[in-house]
Design a protein around this ligand. Sequence first.
Ligand SMILES: C[S@@+](CC[C@H](N)C(=O)[O-])C[C@H]1O[C@@H](n2cnc3c(N)ncnc32)[C@H](O)[C@@H]1O
Length: 257
Amino acid sequence: MKDELLPLLINPYTGDELKREGDLLVDVTTGEKFAINSSVPVLLRKEEITGLNRLYQKRYDWLVYIYDFMMLTLSPLIGGKEAFRSIAEIIEINSGERVLETSVGTGIEIKNLVDHGKKADYYGMDISYGMLKKCRRNVLKWNVDIKLVQGNAETVPFKDELFDVVYHIGGINFFNDKEKAIQEMIRVARPGARIYICDETVKQIEEQPKFISIFYQKPDPEIYEPPLKYIPGNMQNVVNHMLWDDKMYLVSFQKPE
Ligand SMILES: C[S@@+](CC[C@H](N)C(=O)[O-])C[C@H]1O[C@@H](n2cnc3c(N)ncnc32)[C@H](O)[C@@H]1O
């Protein structure tokens, strides 16, 4: 684990700071211990991962074996490059900014942003250790620096107001609590930060090849709605962008100064 990561982290369940003791992170107040797994801090309590979060944690631990092939080889065949391009155009990142992707997966979107010239200080968090393990390998292969943490997007293990940009792509439709995940993105964003939330619409689910649909729930239009109703009224410049012929939504907004 990189030394510069520790001062930014908290116990997500108590909000307390952490100190390092060998291969553990320890809550300075309660003494609760968290593992560091091959240099990735695991800031989760297993018993708190329930419902859809648990289902998708397990599912992505094995989906990882085909994930990059699906995203980098199959998706371009059905026009997915357009989505990557639009995402990189909309997400504004200035050189040297501190950027967090909640649900970083295998790191594909950070690579996409870097390939579009968006060099920054990147942090990635995901609930699936399998996805993070692959991300760690990708980072070496792509020569992209991402500081990784295993955590739940509904209880983000970072201190308040740290990031210039916080974004999420591709997981929120199936979170247990979308509102909590959005509140957490806002909490860790500094005043004035830009926040982006992107996922598939019901159109994408209906049009994608049938073998992919078996990994996801049946189309329920409510699940695939842009989560505009959960964005607090004091957020600024709220825009819902529709991408890739309406197959994805990307909601952008700014935390007030
Ligand atoms: C479709 S993948 C997207 C990965 C990456 N953002 C991308 O665009 O390639 C969805 C990701 O969400 C993660 N995920 C699911 N539920 C989560 C949760 N509650 N907290 C954090 N990550 C979660 C999964 O492990 C998976 O890596």
